[in-house]
Ligand binder design. Structure first.
Ligand code: CS2
Length: 493
């Protein structure tokens, strides 16, 4: 089969092999600046937007993708070479692949190379939404103080170098300041990250920064910028080398960075856009008044479920989520965690059948074609546990509920943080707090409680007697008998 490099010029040649954008991309104006163009954004918001752009009347909602970090050079270069095009490969439940070239990213910028261009783009009168996928840790929230973390050296840098920022807070501040000075309209800053109340969090963190960096801008933001909350969902594993070669061999598409994902997708958005928004509801998104219950359900069940499987699976020596999800004992453990520890705190959820949601999650986790990497799931656990697992623990402790499954998972995380699994294999730990985690994990060998002393993660959990008791028992049990036996014991009790 002839291979074609994916770009504008070759697009029509690929039409036989794959569905391509059937709209004139050069007529599409940028209405959204999106920061963080990793796999998730490209499988989710950019996909929904591409679907919508197939409606001929929609011309104002193209996306400008911004790569914020030095680390993002590669994705920026790929998008630049491919005119913003990439292939989305949906791995269906029966193993077949549905491939489609996505065209909604019509512009792309690399912030470290040209910060001014990013600020200008965000301040463009055509832009109505700045959306973000900057990961849980990107919000610069300190769990123990419950405040914006001004000690972060990058934040210090932005305060001193406002015109060439490095963080999202520096960028947003400069762009909004320009909009105010130019008497332009406000816009919406829309978070697409897995955080409870992600819009509120964005607003709170941004205003903390602005109050210090540009105090006169605070009132303008309060009157002109909205921060819609949203629940986002689509499992998007990291693209593997075989995904790339397979695409070339079966479809003749030479795409340096396709995105692979599951068929399921969900986007529940609070309808709070001050400058207008795309009609994403026409392509499957849900607009609701109160997103909070949906967010809570997804974070505490799906994302938490991932972390449970990831940490236990890593210790057991598995590589992918489906492998550990299909281990019967771990599967039973996860089901019990969901039923006994999470379901009781989701009592404000109306109109959702929780049990069937849980069942659908187990099916998604067990999908053998997705091959979601345990390394991906366990990465940045220090930012994930406080959002995915600890709210459940704290709520359960408040009502004297059970916490034994979570205690085991946290004990397993302490042991995981030593960096080797039970078979002696080195674990690839990628975490902004890696050195603290490792230091406390070492101290935990003599005194398990030492791990809970990381206040930025656990807050005051170390002061809870019932939790410390369950956690310490689980820690000793894992060390003595192994994770598998410990999971079995918890299932039995
Ligand atoms: C995962 C998420 O990173 C994680 O820990 O749980 O990336 C998850 O795959 C997505 O939120 C699914 O919507």
């Amino acid at each position: 089969m002839t291979n074609y490099k994916l770009n504008n010029l070759n697009l029509s040649k690929l039409k036989e092999q794959v569905s391509i954008p059937e709209y004139n991309r050069s007529n599409i104006k940028t209405g959204i600046v999106h920061v963080g163009i990793g796999g998730f954004h490209r499988a989710h918001q950019a996909y929904y937007t591409d679907e919508l752009l197939h409606d001929e009347s929609v011309k104002d909602w193209g996306i400008c993708g911004v790569a914020l970090l030095d680390f993002d050079t590669k994705i920026y270069n790929v998008l630049k070479e491919q005119d913003g095009l990439y292939t989305l490969i949906v791995k269906e439940l029966d193993g077949t692949l549905t491939k489609r070239v996505i065209g909604s990213i019509v512009e792309y910028l690399f912030a470290p190379e040209n910060p001014q261009a990013v600020i200008e783009k965000m301040a463009s009168p055509d832009v109505k939404i700045i959306s973000l996928t900057i990961t849980e840790g990107g919000y610069n929230y300190n769990e123990s103080t419950k405040q914006f973390d001004f000690n972060n050296p990058l934040i210090q840098y932005d305060l001193e170098n406002p015109s060439s920022p490095k963080t999202i807070f520096g960028y947003l501040t400069q762009a909004l300041k320009l909009r105010k000075e130019r008497k332009l309209k406000g816009l919406s800053v829309q978070s697409c990250d897995n955080i409870q109340g992600n819009g509120h969090m964005t607003q709170k963190m941004l205003l903390s920064y602005v109050a210090k960096a540009e105090p006169e801008l605070v009132d303008w933001i309060n009157s002109n910028v909205s921060f819609p909350n949203a629940m986002v969902d689509r499992i998007t594993p990291a693209t593997s080398a075989s995904d790339i070669s397979n695409l070339k061999e079966t479809s003749g598409i030479d795409d340096a960075w396709p995105v692979v994902c599951e068929p399921f997708k969900q986007w529940v958005i609070e309808d709070n856009f001050v400058a207008g928004r795309p009609s994403w509801e026409k392509v499957g998104a849900q607009f609701v008044e109160d997103v909070e219950p949906f967010e809570k359900m997804k974070l505490q069940l799906l994302n938490a479920g991932h972390s449970v499987l990831g940490i236990i699976g890593a210790l057991m020596g598995y590589d992918t989520i489906d492998e550990v999800a299909n281990n019967e004992d771990v599967n039973r453990f996860l089901r019990a965690y969901m039923r006994q520890e999470v379901a009781p705190i989701l009592n404000d959820l109306t109109g959702v059948d929780l049990e069937s949601y849980e069942a659908s999650l187990l099916e998604r986790f067990g999908n053998i074609y997705i091959k979601d990497q345990i390394d991906r799931i366990c990465s940045e656990s220090s930012a994930k546990f406080p959002i995915f697992i600890l709210p459940t623990v704290n709520a359960q402790l408040k009502q004297n509920g059970t916490i034994k499954h979570a205690a085991l998972v946290i004990a397993a995380w302490a042991i995981y943080s030593l960096g080797v699994n039970e078979a002696g294999k080195t674990l690839l730990i990628k975490d902004a707090m890696q050195s603290t985690l490792q230091e406390k994990a070492l101290a935990a060998k003599n005194n398990p409680k030492a791990f809970l002393e990381i206040e930025a993660i656990f807050g005051v959990l170390k002061d809870s007697e019932p939790f410390v008791k369950a956690y310490t028992a689980a820690y000793h049990n894992i060390v003595k008998n192994g994770i598998e036996k410990c999971v079995l014991d918890t299932n039995r009790n």
